[in-house]
Write a protein of this length. Structure first.
Length: 179
């Protein structure tokens, strides 16, 4: 038996939980990989052999072992929650945006565009600045559509968004968020 800085000694309950995770096929791939790493580490396998067998890096194997030793099984398997950014509009601002989107469009326009809505929110001093993309995301929320009683923007089959009358809300490119 070799001496390692971070040893993985699994209890029978932990081992059973890890085996269940690896065999069920419902857990995220990252979690299954970490479970396999812990199971191999408990068998005292070398880090480089574990990394090669599981098609990952030695650093990943070492990181998972360290997290298990310092913070326990759950921390070794799962990432910490990520906070995300703060919303541009608070509940009051969202309510004003929804009311505005449901109201009659300004003179000279047949419908509200996302940019018109963004400009109107700034004009009404609801917010200092906001992009049309933030307006689109806010109006696309299920809570916004529930308050309005109808979809404010409609998805099409190819990831684009449509206004209620069928015209394009704005071009949406695939990329970061998979839309």
């Amino acid at each position: 038996m070799r001496t390692k800085q971070y040893r993985v000694d699994l209890s029978a309950e932990e081992r059973a939980r890890l085996l269940l995770l690896t065999r069920q096929g419902r857990a995220p791939a990252r979690t299954v990989l970490r479970a396999h790493i812990l199971l191999r580490a408990a068998e005292d396998a070398f880090d480089d052999a574990t990394a090669a067998a599981l098609h990952t890096s030695v650093n990943t194997v070492q990181r998972v072992r360290r997290r298990y030793a310092e913070e326990g099984l759950d921390r070794a398997l799962y990432d910490r929650p990520r906070p995300g950014g703060t919303p541009k509009l608070d509940a009051r601002g969202e309510a004003q945006l929804i009311a505005l989107a449901c109201s009659k469009p300004p003179e000279g326009h047949t419908v509200w565009t996302l940019q018109l809505l963004a400009d109107k929110l700034v004009e009404l001093h609801v917010i200092d600045s906001i992009s049309d993309e933030s307006v689109r995301r806010t109006l696309g929320k299920k809570s916004a559509q529930a308050v309005a009683g109808r979809p404010l923007v409609h998805r099409t089959g190819r990831g684009g968004l449509r206004r209620p009358h069928g015209g394009r809300a704005r071009p949406v490119r695939g990329g970061r968020d998979g839309a």
